[in-house]
Ligand binder design. Structure first.
Ligand code: ATP
Length: 303
């Protein structure tokens, strides 16, 4: 089995005797994009800051590619990039000047790296403009470019799409996905906007009241948490009984919404309908990340 790139075991952290993280267990494979999700104040930012070696944990073990943030904080920061709300950009300097400044600070040898990133993030036409005059989307893209200057092996992203319009969100997420595919950079993304993460992350960790209550790929979470699939079928079929093939449904216009025990039943149902009727679309309604998020929250909060 592939070894974990990040391995966290039994981690604790308190501020002023107030427990913020407790018994956190977490693992990430190399090259994976993982979404870290949970309500406000759950401990996401604190966790990222501990992983990055910015603050120290009280108890537990962390290994990041064999390094420990408590002892090897500098080495971990050298191999990681971080994008937070306060991107730390200089507003009086142009985009290109910012990237050159941080290149020197990080000891980046490759002189073409700045231009490469300006091109990658579509900022080349704005490279001479002062960052104070950049739009929010341009600043976000420049912050990403800054975080990637030294080709980090891990990228920590805290709310990378905050404040962006739908076009900006799409752009930033597609850059991240493309960059991950091209370079295999491991990414940990914190966000509250679940539908944005759904198509970017390969797996998810759910943090609640300071602990990771669940972690896995969407398909395995779906199997674990969704007992009844809600499947909407747009069809000409108008059943005359309250159940069809023994399955309950409700109807809205030309759509039937079935409660099904498993995915395997979908094709059985469709085969039967198609014998006499037409089918225009089939949509599963409750297997999206948001539905699963609420199921996980409910399961761990006694609801
Ligand atoms: N430096 C600090 N000193 C004291 N308490 C802190 C400190 N940093 C965070 N906390 C507390 O730790 C808890 C977790 O905060 P954290 O910012 O990690 O949550 P979060 O999940 O990132 O929240 P959000 O989704 O709102 O960003 C909160 O109760 C917060 O008030």
């Amino acid at each position: 089995m592939e070894a974990n790139f990040i391995h966290v075991n039994n981690l604790y952290k308190s501020f002023d005797q107030q427990a913020v993280l407790q018994n956190v267990n977490f693992h990430v494979k190399k090259g994976e994009i993982i979404g870290l999700i949970g309500p406000n104040g759950a401990g996401k930012t604190t966790f990222i800051r501990i992983l990055n070696g910015v603050i120290k944990s009280d108890k537990g073990t962390i290994q990041i590619n064999g390094l420990d943030p408590l002892k090897d904080g500098d080495d971990i920061r050298k191999m990681s990039g971080i994008v937070t709300e306060s991107a730390g950009l200089y507003h009086q300097m142009s985009g290109e000047e910012n990237l050159h400044f941080f290149s020197e600070l990080y000891g980046v040898k490759n002189k073409n790296r700045v231009i490469e990133l300006l091109l990658l993030f579509d900022l080349i036409d704005h490279k001479d403009k002062k960052v104070g005059k950049y739009s929010t989307g341009m600043k976000k893209r420049l912050a990403l470019a800054k975080a990637l200057l030294h080709k980090p092996e891990i990228l920590f992203l805290d709310e990378p799409t905050n404040g962006l319009d739908p076009d900006g969100i799409k752009l930033v997420l597609s850059y991240l996905k493309k960059y991950n595919e091209e370079t295999g950079t491991t990414m940990i993304i914190c966000s509250h906007v679940l539908h944005q993460l759904e198509n970017v992350c390969q797996s998810f960790a759910f943090i609640d009241h300071g602990t990771i209550v669940e972690q896995g790929a969407l398909a395995s979470l779906e199997e674990k948490y969704i007992d009844v699939l809600k499947v909407e079928i747009e069809t000409t079929l108008k059943p005359s009984t309250p159940e069809y093939l023994g399955y309950k449904y409700s109807s809205v216009g030309n759509k039937l919404i079935f409660d099904l025990p498993s995915k395997q039943v979908i094709s059985i149902l469709l085969n039967e309908i198609l014998k006499t009727n037409e089918v225009f679309s089939v949509t599963t309604l409750n297997t999206d990340l948001e539905s699963i998020y609420f199921k996980v929250r409910g399961a761990h909060n006694g609801k």
